[in-house]
Design a protein around this ligand. Structure first.
Ligand code: DAH
Length: 349
């Protein structure tokens, strides 16, 4: 039995069955052609109307239209159902378990030593110190000679040095700077003209990385220092005491801090002092702790700045940023700073 020989209701039932048997959109389009296409069963019925009388056309036309509507409705219903199935299949293939914890994005944080660095810049910046930066691979002259460590002087062995090149372009060694003190010389030589011509003091801090052949719980081959230098016509040891004590009280956020200047030796300062501090409360209460080297800049060093040591005088200091950080947060082992262990670092984020 072909579609054209079916009764009208059978035709509808047959279309329904064909559409239901179509498993996807192309199959459904083929089935549609069988009924509604150019030579489809419904189209043939309509063509057959041409031979009828006007009276017959009315009743037959209404019947055929009913069939056409029913077939179209069945087709649309099946189309919707297939689209729905496709969507469901896609959704379940890409299913998202909304009960899983989110992956999130780490927000990152500033390393505790860098926090100290920023804080030091902020405090000294607020009292008029400029901030300077300089090379980590340094010339022997800036790191040692200009700082009153003549060649072959035993004081050089106070700092175990990483040499990068024993014979630089000037025939002298290149090394990883052992302290930030060479920045005193670099900065002062760049600004000596402003001192003599405009009476502008040299007032600078230079934080940065420094290197020594050294490694244990309190020493790392790479560490950080901040150098301070204030040179003018009338800067005295009293200014050093005032500035540094004020810095420490602000850095540790307590006025209950005692500071003492203990005589010491550095080739580039005379007199020289080690700065010690003592907390009046907290876990380190009552202990004297060494925090910085300092002193009145040696006349030979002032001369190497390009300034007249008879006229210009001032102080310098060099402090370890790791040490300041360890005391601020109560950290016992310096190596924690460099291990990249998130359990440690997250505490400062
Ligand atoms: N550069 C010295 C060091 O690393 C620290 C120091 C001492 C710096 C005295 C200074 C100073 O500026 O005046 O051991």
């Amino acid at each position: 039995m072909t579609a054209s020989t079916l009764s009208l209701d059978q035709l509808i039932a047959s279309a329904n069955a064909d559409f239901a048997a179509s498993a996807d959109a192309p199959a459904l389009e083929n089935a549609k052609a069988k009924y509604l296409g150019k030579t489809g069963a419904v189209t043939e019925l309509l063509k057959g109307m041409a031979a009828l009388t006007p009276e017959e056309k009315k009743t037959r036309g209404a019947e055929i239209n009913r069939v056409k509507s029913a077939v179209e409705a069945a087709l649309n219903a099946r189309r919707d159902a297939l689209a729905n199935d496709a969507l469901n299949a896609k959704l379940s293939a890409e299913s998202i378990d909304v009960t899983l914890p989110g992956r999130g994005r780490g927000s990152g944080g500033i390393h505790p030593v860098m926090k100290t660095w920023q804080r030091v810049e902020e405090i000294f910046g607020s009292i008029g110190f400029d901030v300077a930066d300089g090379p980590e691979i340094e010339a022997d002259w800036f790191n040692f000679t200009a700082l009153n460590n003549p060649p072959n002087h035993p004081a050089r062995s106070m700092q175990d040095t990483f040499y990068v090149d024993m014979n630089g372009t000037d025939g002298l060694p290149r090394l990883l700077r052992t302290h930030t003190s060479p920045m005193q010389v670099r900065y002062a030589r760049m600004h000596a003209g402003d001192v003599t011509a405009k009476g502008k003091p040299i007032k600078v801090i230079a934080p940065g990385r420094t290197y020594r052949v050294d490694s244990d719980a309190t020493h790392s081959p790479m560490f950080h220092q901040v150098e301070g230098l204030w040179i003018a016509e009338d800067i005295s040891f009293a200014d050093l005491k005032g500035v540094y004590t004020d810095f420490l009280r602000r850095f540790f956020e307590t006025d209950e801090l005692q500071v003492r200047f203990r005589p010491s030796y550095f080739p580039f300062t005379e007199p020289s002092a080690e700065i010690d501090m003592k907390f009046e409360s907290g876990p380190l209460k009552g202990k004297w702790l060494e925090i910085s080297g300092s002193g009145q800049v040696h006349p030979s060093v002032v001369k190497n700045f390009g300034l007249d040591p008879e006229k210009y005088i001032g102080f310098a200091f060099g402090s370890g940023l790791e040490r300041l950080t360890m005391l601020r947060y109560g950290i016992g082992d310096l190596r924690l700073f460099y291990e990249g262990d998130l359990r440690f670092l997250k505490q400062f984020a």
